[in-house]
Ligand binder design. Structure first.
Ligand code: ZN
Length: 147
């Protein structure tokens, strides 16, 4: 029970109930979809990238609390970052949710997701938004998978 409480801590519940940057950007330069077949999480991202900077990012979709909260937190962190900073955060975040820690110190509020590493199935929920982001930024039109 303690582990579950740790995982579904307040910040995650709050982002699930009040997702940030939810919806679709009317005007966008990048878009992409992600799907996590293990849990059924689906999400779409729209991004406005200008001069190598993510000016705006929105997400849309349906999924479990972890996938939604992770996407919501990701959008708040990615906005204003350069494309290479976003890619570097992807690596840090994946390290965090698979090992429970990261030696990099660029994670900021993303550290609330650290508890996810105890639940391998949930790692895919937490990283879905990030895999989708990576696909978007690389210009891939494929649906991002968590495998
Ligand atoms: Zn999920």
């Amino acid at each position: 029970m303690d582990d579950l409480r740790e995982l579904y801590q307040e910040v995650i519940l709050d982002h699930n109930q009040n997702p940030q940057n939810f919806g679709r950007l009317e005007s966008h330069t990048h878009s992409g979809d992600g799907y996590n077949p293990l849990c059924g999480d689906k999400l779409s991202l729209t991004l406005e990238v200008e001069n190598d900077e993510v000016k705006d990012i929105h997400f849309d979709g349906s999924g479990c609390a972890i996938s939604k909260a992770s996407a919501s937190i990701m959008t708040t962190v990615i906005k204003g970052k350069t494309v290479s900073e976003a890619e570097s955060l992807f690596d840090s975040f994946r390290e965090l949710v698979t090992t429970g820690k990261s030696n990099r110190n660029n994670l900021g509020k993303l550290v609330v997701m650290a508890g996810v590493h105890k639940y391998p199935v949930r790692v895919k929920c937490a990283t879905l938004a990030w895999h989708t982001l990576k696909n978007c930024l690389s210009g891939s039109s494929e649906v991002a998978k968590t495998e």
